[in-house]
Ligand binder design. Structure first.
Ligand SMILES: [Zn+2]
Length: 65
């Protein structure tokens, strides 16, 4: 079995990778789900950034009136 994070060889029953110390007892379905959630989080951060700059633009326009 190889560590899904760093690719190092690990023991079959190891809970933690000896090379990178990450938790490898997690099933790969959960790892995929986590990656998906991380992607969504990044997308939401981008969205938030855009909305914030929209709001700042609106506020600036109101002040200049
Ligand atoms: Zn590892």
């Amino acid at each position: 079995m190889n560590c899904p994070y760093c690719g190092s060889e690990t023991n079959e029953d190891a809970l933690v990778c000896a090379a990178c110390s990450r938790d490898i007892a997690v099933p790969s379905t959960l790892i995929a789900e986590r990656d998906e959630l991380l992607r969504k989080r990044e997308a939401l951060r981008d969205e938030l950034k855009r909305r914030r700059s929209d709001i700042e633009t609106i506020i600036r326009r109101r002040k200049s009136r």
